[in-house]
Write a protein that binds this ligand. Structure first.
Ligand code: GS8
Length: 222
């Protein structure tokens, strides 16, 4: 079942797309990477994800799987013989899903607001973002990974925000290392894995990308 053609429709700096890239790399799956122009989406993207028309989409033997967390589940179930990502115990699986949805509902929203707002709105987003990061750091506790002794589903779901940290820090004028030192130590541990370091976008390019968005929105003399 795991064999066959695998295509990933993606966008280089997407934290959602990078999740699929890390999971595919962890499992050692060969795939075709197709970069989408989100301002001019390909007919394949609109055909494969007609509901949301968003990346990432994993196309396995011609059939699409949409939504990054669902893609992670799918990859883990189809290529189950190696590098399990989800915990084996139902309770631990439920907790990994809970925290992944917390990341998508909260961290992703506050991070986006922090990068794309100014003044009071940005200060509020910064506070929410930092609070959220501290909650996630608390959940990690003293464990090396969210998956416990091994790198797993929740590690994949969160590590793809790491290359965005530089842009968040510059936008909010704060240091993640000072705010959440244990979380940064965890991120550096994850980066030692080739599946992670080779799949994540360059933080400086992401920072430039965010600057361009801010310049378009607010002008260059912020
Ligand atoms: C989010 C995907 C998404 O926002 C997931 O896969 O987890 N819940 C989804 N994709 C964005 C790019 S990354 O910010 C996207 O494709 N945007 C295009 C659009 O909104 O038109």
């Amino acid at each position: 079942m795991g064999d066959g053609e695998v295509i990933l429709l993606d966008f280089w700096c997407s934290m959602f797309g990078m999740r699929a890239r890390v999971a595919l790399a962890e499992k050692g799956i060969k795939y075709q990477y197709r970069e989408e122009d989100l301002g001019n989406k390909s007919p394949l993207l609109t055909q494969m994800n007609p509901v949301h028309k968003k990346i990432p989409v994993l196309i396995h033997n011609g059939r699409p799987v949409c939504e990054s967390l669902i893609i992670l589940h799918y990859i883990d179930e189809v290529w189950s013989h190696t590098s399990p990502l989800l915990p084996s115990h139902p309770y631990h699986r439920s907790q990994a899903r809970f925290w992944a949805s917390y990341i998508d509902d909260k961290l992703s929203e506050y991070g986006h607001k922090l990068n794309t707002s100014k003044g009071e709105e940005q200060e509020a987003a910064k506070k929410d973002f930092i609070d959220c990061m501290k909650v996630l750091e608390g959940e990690l506790g003293e464990k090396p990974y969210y998956g416990g002794e091994s790198f797993g589903f929740l590690d994949v779901a969160l590590i793809t925000f790491y290359p965005w940290f530089l842009a968040y820090e510059k936008s909010g004028n704060f240091s993640m290392e000072c705010v959440c030192p244990k979380l940064i130590a965890w991120a550096k541990r994850c980066m030692q894995r080739e599946s992670v370091s080779k799949s994540l976008a360059d933080p400086y390019k992401i920072y430039e990308f965010v600057q361009q968005i801010r310049n378009t929105k607010f002008g260059t003399d912020e």
